[in-house]
Design a protein around this ligand. Structure first.
Ligand code: N01
Length: 527
């Protein structure tokens, strides 16, 4: 299995190559939308911080996913920072334009000298005696008062556990690790998966492949994609007319919020959308058997709703076969399905998603009680307070943490809400000389109780499908079950009452003073 990280343009993200400092106030892990927004916010507040990322430039998932056809399925006017508007070329931008946007924002914001690329966090452990994180990275060790994880839920490819896959003799790679060196023209290609990545890849492969097999386990709902290039006059107007771009953004935002009831309280509202999606099938596919195979058997929205005008036509093309029989095994030369048929191939594309509910970073973070985040979550599933802070893990903030994902709108809105909360928390900590904060277990439990009570009514729970939103216990630990403005409202101020705080670490210099290295814990009675 090819495991190399194929990255896009490196321009604009040189980072810094010097040695790591011994200490930073805030260490940020990840340089995608989340890490970059955090860095820019911290810089505005004049904080001492460092960002580390395993890749070689900013962009996160938009750096790593370079597969043909990669594009955003949220309009760019909304899928961009509120503080960094851009003159987008089209409504749903492709990966190179989004990557270039992030490079440009990073460069213009002047924070890149505090980024270290090609640096992975191997271990981060809370040291209560000094109220600091002790962090071991591939580039050396350092300490940090505060750790912010912006490592992302869609960063670690999930490979299918299929017999024989390791012995496949042709070219094989994951959608998020595309091997651009492989010439696909005229080849026999197979794609495993029919999720958001696959439906963008399949039309591109169909154009060049000699033959294409698409292995579908579950048929997704696919809506038309209302994408268009902005004509020159519209781009000019968006660039020059005061407030116009903001108006576009606001209209898209509220338009998207109208989807929330259908996902969260009354899935039957989405019936007309199902009819539209079925019309999308009929428009592109004549063969009744193929129509039947691509028609989903679960409620609209239960899995992520996809958008494409090119996917169904590509499945209907003469050089494509949609295979719905279960994959039994992979041989050195092809894929064998449960009925015993072997289809020979030269290239295997694995578009099987990511480790979302078992995030790799959780294995590397050790909290106050000496347990990793992964162990802490092993039985309960991923849990946090307001999707951002975690009991037992002082001074740890997770951007895009548990139950912050969306089925309908832009994650950048969620990220900016969380960054504002983190900035406020740091202000409160500095103002009160708190050495450490962590959510009280009862506050976290109450938050999760009410969240999961709501979750029970959502289409993700009642829609009759399995999805990556659910963990191994069947709990939805990834999505936010309310409107995004409700999320933002909840994070608009750091709510000290929900936290257990630790007082300042005594100065270790005065022999007659308090014992060094023993932070004092106290209940906070906020003003
Ligand atoms: O991954 P997925 P993805 N044998 O997990 C199938 C975001 N994104 O990379 O449905 C056979 O959705 C699996 O089948 P099933 C977006 O949030 C955004 O496509 O589980 N098949 C499914 O069809 C998205 O939701 C954009 O039955 C196997 C597919 O593989 C998220 O990334 C673009 C299998 C995996 O689909 C992930 O999307 C792309 C097996 N053993 C992605 N294992 C934007 O446009 C899995 N499958 C913003």
């Amino acid at each position: 299995m090819s495991n190399s990280t194929t990255t896009g343009s490196h321009a604009g993200s040189p980072g810094h190559t010097g040695p790591l400092p011994a200490h930073v106030d805030v260490l940020v892990v990840g340089a995608g939308f989340a890490g970059l927004a955090t860095a820019i916010g911290l810089d505005e507040d004049g904080r001492d911080f460092l960002v580390v990322d395993k890749g070689d430039s900013v962009g996160g998932t938009w750096r790593d996913n370079t597969y043909p056809g990669a594009a955003c399925d949220v309009p760019s006017q909304l899928y961009s920072f509120s503080f960094a508007p851009n003159n987008w070329s089209r409504s749903f931008s492709a990966q190179p334009e989004i990557k270039a946007y992030l490079d440009g924002v990073a460069e213009r914001s002047g924070v890149l000298d505090r980024f270290r690329f090609a640096t992975t966090v191997d271990h981060a452990e809370w040291d209560a005696s000094v109220a600091r994180w002790k962090v071991r990275t591939s580039a050396g060790e350092l300490t940090a008062d505060v750790l912010v994880s912006g490592a992302g839920g869609l960063s670690e490819p999930k490979l299918p556990d299929i017999e024989g896959i390791d012995a496949f003799g042709g070219e094989i790679f994951h959608s998020a690790r595309w091997n651009h060196d492989v010439d696909l023209a005229g080849k026999r290609i197979a794609v495993i998966g029919t999720g958001a990545s696959a439906i963008q890849i399949v039309p591109e492969l169909q154009k060049v492949a000699g033959h294409l097999d698409v292995y579908q386990r579950t048929a997704p709902w696919v809506m038309p994609r209302h994408d268009r290039t902005y004509p020159a006059f519209e781009r000019l107007a968006l660039r020059t007319v005061p407030g116009l771009q903001k108006l576009y953004r606001t209209a898209i935002y509220w338009g998207r919020e109208t989807y929330v009831p259908a996902f969260t309280v009354a899935p039957d509202i989405a019936k007309p959308a199902e009819l539209l999606a079925k019309a999308n099938i009929r428009k592109a596919i004549d063969d009744p058997e193929l129509r039947r195979k691509v028609t989903p058997d679960f409620k609209f929205g239960c899995k992520r709703v996809l958008i494409s005008n090119a996917y169904y036509p590509a499945l209907a093309a003469d050089n494509t076969e949609l295979v719905t029989d279960r994959i039994a095994r992979i041989t050195p030369t092809g894929v064998v399905t449960a009925d015993g048929t072997e289809r020979e191939i030269d290239v295997l594309v694995v578009a099987t998603g990511f480790h979302t509910t078992d995030q790799p970073i959780a294995h590397h973070i050790v909290g106050r009680e000496g347990r990793t985040l992964a162990d802490t979550w092993a039985e309960s599933g991923m849990q946090a307070y307001r999707g951002t802070t975690i009991a037992g893990f002082p001074n740890l903030f997770q951007v895009v943490g548990p139950n912050t994902g969306l089925g309908h709108s832009s994650m950048v809105f969620i990220i900016e809400s969380q960054v504002a909360y983190i900035r406020d928390a740091l202000r409160v900590m500095a103002h009160n000389s708190y050495a450490a904060i962590e959510p009280r277990p009862d506050a976290q439990a109450e938050w999760n109780h009410s969240l999961h009570k709501r979750m029970g009514r959502t289409v993700w729970s009642t829609g009759g499908c399995a999805s990556w939103y659910l963990d191994e216990h069947g709990r939805n630990t990834t999505l936010w079950p309310r409107s995004t403005f409700n999320f933002r409202l909840g994070l608009s101020r750091f709510d000290t009452r929900a936290y257990r705080v630790t007082g300042p670490v005594p100065e270790p210099t005065t022999p007659s003073g308090p014992t060094p290295g023993t932070p004092t814990e106290r209940e906070v009675v906020p003003a």
